[in-house]
Ligand binder design. Sequence first.
Ligand code: URA
Length: 255
Amino acid sequence: MDDQSALLAALKLQLDWGADEALEVFPRGLQVRPAPAAAALAVVPPGVPARPVPQAQTDAQALAAAAATLEELHGALLGFAGSPLRDTATQLVFADGIPGAPVMLLGEAPGGDEDRQGKPFVGVSGQLLDRMLASIGLSRAENVYISNILPWRPPGNRTPTDAEMQLFLPFVRRHIALARPRLLVLLGGTAAKALIGGRDGITRMRGKWLQVMMEDGQVIPTLATLHPAYLLRTPLAKKDAWHDWLMLHRRMNEG
Ligand code: URA
């Protein structure tokens, strides 16, 4: 292979892996990595923060706390410069549906369709979600409000990192507080991990009522269920998801 073919083959491999954005001006050679410095491996004693809280996290907390309405929260997210995701995404994806609806759904992050249209769950997984909602009498035109943990699409639709989830969590929690849903549904492992925490994966967390405690002490009954994109890849899991949606239906009818 000549140099040019080798470079093209390497580029194609990157595309196959889902890299569709160039984040840095100069390439980094990842084949040869220096051994990690001993200091980076040192155990941090209990009580000592591993790293200083970055400015972006402090900004996120202050901006989210200052938002008194959903419109202000939308504006705060638009003005928040603490995440490089905003540089690679096309537009902010804030929410869809009825603010103040009894049920609020939280997904993971916008994908390509959502990034183009500026609304959550408008691609194929959104269509499945709408069908599942309709089967228990719910719709975003009437009684559901939908958002995501991340408001910007991660490049190549990769899973959000823990740091990204933590960074946007103050905005997500403020979003819930301002939307004031009676019940919360977490779609998939990322949303469940961000709001509930713990080590369990989504298959252990789903199918039971959990609780999210708000800053004012209010507790919101919360159901974690399988992400519609996972259901598209794993049709056999739809019966578990159906069980979860029926639990939500029953709880809504309890009044
Ligand atoms: N997947 C998500 O988690 N959210 C969206 O908005 C779309 C797909």
